[in-house]
Every structure is written in structure tokens, then in C-alpha cells.
Design a protein around this ligand. Structure first.
Ligand code: GLN
Length: 281
């Protein structure tokens, strides 16, 4: 049997095309993982013969992917803001659109700032760790209700050698009585109950608690907006990711809670993705 890299990628890509929108990329990520190498190695050595054990591992991975399991859970990692992060089914898989949240937050935080920043519902630690890396003089607090998620986040911090982050367990602000921050950022759950999106693709395998925002999707955003003023420094900023049809409602919530300078940011596709407001003293 011919088991060259090129043949395996072709066969697996064809098989995954039935269930995945990105079959070739998936096949490359899985083969690179089975071979414990990088995708670039596959492109440089398409003729390389793959040995039997690896072949078996790869077949198992492709089988799981064809059942819908997300590539990031199969390889155990996902890249976010150029950081390689460990992920597992206790954490949401970091998404490229969340990089917009980070980018807009960084505009607000000067490079040399020595501020206290907060990431609510940190999951794998993606936002907190990227902030910590980009603003090394800031101190980042990150909370999550899920202990297994925080275990992943802690491992990520250690693997990346990032020390200016502390992780605390609890729902939203619960572990932070009396503490205030210059910036609060969150990618909370905001998919409404019954949204068909929850039953499709990778989302089926992700923690529902990290995705589902109640009847109108805004239950958690509402909580965060209401509680944030008690945890913001004067002039401090709250920055929230939200669903593409939630921007008006999120701006209204911010306004009702006393925020000013309210703005919404669009991603590269023009979709309204994140909104922010400042809390006046
Ligand atoms: N953006 C995600 C999705 O719709 C949802 C993430 C979230 O709820 N925070 O796939």
C-alpha cells in the first residue's frame, strides 16, 4: 500500500469533504499531529512514507473528525494571536473573530501601561494570555467558573512562560469582591437557546456553558454589564464580544448601566462583533 504523505492527504481530504468545510486543512493538521511535525514539513516532503503506527493514529484521527469532532480537540491545540494554546473539551476553541476583541482592547492600553486588566470567562486563557504577552507591565486577572478550563489556562500560561496573569475560579465577578480594573474584557456565552447553530459543526462538542447565553442570548452579557461598574476604575473600559445581531441591544444595555463613549466594532467581514463603553466616575 502506498502511504506517502501526499496520498494520505488526498485520501483523507476527500473523505473529510463529506462532513467538513475545510477538509484539506483538517487532513494536514491531523497528519502533522500524527507525525508530530508541522504542516510545512508535509509540504516539503510529500513523498515521505508514513510508517504503520503513525498511519493507524492518523486513521483514528480522520475517523473522529469525520464524526464531527473538532480538529483542535483532536490535536489538543489551537493558535490564537500567534500563541499556541492547549485546548480540550472543557474549553471553547479560540476563534479568529475574538482577535478583534483583543486588537480593539490593545488600542486602549498603552504599551508601557501598568494597569490591572480583567478577562471574564477566560476558558483556555486565550484573551488573558495574549493581553499579558502584549502588555507585559500590566497585571491580568482571569476568571472562569470551570475548574477544568482553568487547569488548561494555567498550563498554557506555564508553557508560554507568561507570569503576569492570575487565574481565579468563580462565576464572572464572584471571586473579585472590591477589586477594580482599568479594563474588563470578555467573550461570554451569547448564543440564544435553541439556536440551530448549537447543534451544528464544532459547537456540538464545545462546552454549552461557554456558548449558550439563555433565552435571548444576552443573559450573561446583561449580568456582566450590570456588575461591571462596581469593578471598573473611573474612566475604565468594558469590552464585550457578542452575536452579530446583538450590537444594538448590547449598546442599549451599556447605556442603561451608565456607560458612555459606546462603540461597536466590526470584523473583517463587516459583522458587528464587539461593543465597548467607558464607565464615567
Ligand atoms: N462566536 C461563537 C460562535 O457563534 C460563539 C462564542 C460565544 O458564545 N462566546 O461560534
Amino acid at each position: 500500500m502506498d502511504a506517502s504523505v501526499a496520498t494520505l492527504l488526498h485520501t483523507a481530504g476527500t473523505r473529510l469533504a463529506k462532513t467538513s468545510a475545510t477538509p484539506h486543512l483538517d487532513a494536514e493538521c491531523l497528519l502533522a499531529h500524527a507525525l508530530q511535525t508541522r504542516r510545512s514539513h508535509l509540504f516539503a516532503h510529500p513523498e515521505q512514507c508514513v510508517e504503520r503506527d503513525t498511519l493507524r493514529r492518523f486513521a483514528r484521527l480522520v475517523g473522529a473528525r469525520s464524526q464531527g469532532r473538532p480538529v483542535a480537540y483532536l490535536t489538543g491545540e489551537r493558535e490564537f494571536w500567534s500563541l499556541s494554546l492547549k485546548v480540550n473539551p472543557a474549553t471553547l476553541i479560540p476563534r479568529p473573530e475574538t482577535e478583534l476583541l483583543l486588537e480593539q482592547t490593545l488600542y486602549f492600553v498603552p504599551t508601557a501601561a501598568r494597569w490591572q486588566l480583567l478577562d471574564l470567562g477566560t476558558g483556555s486563557g486565550a484573551i488573558a494570555l495574549a493581553l499579558a504577552k502584549e502588555r507585559p507591565h500590566c497585571r491580568i486577572t482571569a476568571t472562569d467558573i470551570s475548574r477544568p478550563a482553568l487547569a488548561v489556562a494555567g498550563k498554557n500560561a506555564a508553557a508560554l512562560g507568561i507570569a503576569n496573569v492570575e487565574f481565579l475560579q468563580g462565576e464572572w465577578f464572584a471571586p473579585l469582591p472590591g477589586r477594580r480594573y482599568r479594563v474588563i474584557v470578555s467573550n461570554p456565552p451569547y448564543v440564544p437557546d435553541g439556536d440551530p447553530h448549537l447543534d451544528t459543526g464544532d459547537l456540538r462538542f464545545e462546552p454549552q456553558r461557554a456558548l449558550n447565553g439563555g433565552p435571548d442570548g444576552l443573559a450573561m452579557i446583561r449580568k456582566i454589564v450590570q456588575q461591571a461598574p462596581a469593578h471598573l476604575d473611573p474612566g475604565g473600559m468594558l469590552m464585550l464580544e457578542h452575536g452579530n445581531d446583538q450590537a444594538t441591544r448590547v449598546r442599549d444595555l451599556l447605556s442603561a448601566a451608565g456607560f458612555s463613549g459606546i462603540q461597536t466594532f466590526r470584523d473583517l467581514a463587516g459583522t458587528e462583533r464587539a461593543s465597548t463603553g467607558r464607565f464615567a466616575d
